[in-house]
Write a protein that binds this ligand. Structure first.
Ligand code: HEC
Length: 89
């Protein structure tokens, strides 16, 4: 039983890392043509929480018409949040 739990934990961590790589890749493919990552750390950032971040990513990606699936959008939100914003709400 313990072994199964351990395996499950590894699997979970593994997929998380994968999601973050995916977000990073999607982001560099489509998002750095207008703003580089200093946009995310600018002092006057309008983004105040996780919801705001989600909304902005949605806004920028639908403006672009790149047709991301919700899970791809999620991956990018996760990537930005874990690297720059660090919201936990
Ligand atoms: C066509 C140009 C353009 C592209 C491409 C673009 N953005 Fe943006 N983005 C903007 C502009 C302009 C702002 C500033 C909006 C403002 O100040 O209200 C912005 C702001 C943001 C912010 C908020 C930064 C902050 O903290 O204030 C985030 C997050 C963001 N973009 C994510 C993305 C993501 C993710 C992508 C890739 C899908 C992307 N953007 C692609 C133009 C773009």
């Amino acid at each position: 039983m313990k072994k199964i739990l351990l395996l499950a934990a590894f699997f979970f961590i593994g997929t998380n890392v994968f999601a973050n790589d995916e977000g990073k890749e999607l982001h560099s493919e489509s998002c750095i043509m207008c703003h580089n990552d200093t946009m995310y750390t600018r002092l006057e950032s309008k983004i105040e929480n996780h919801y705001g971040l989600r909304r902005q990513v949605s806004f920028c990606s639908s403006n672009l018409g790149i047709g991301w699936f919700p899970d791809e959008e999620d991956a990018v939100v996760d990537f930005l949040n874990s690297n720059y914003y660090k919201f936990n709400n």
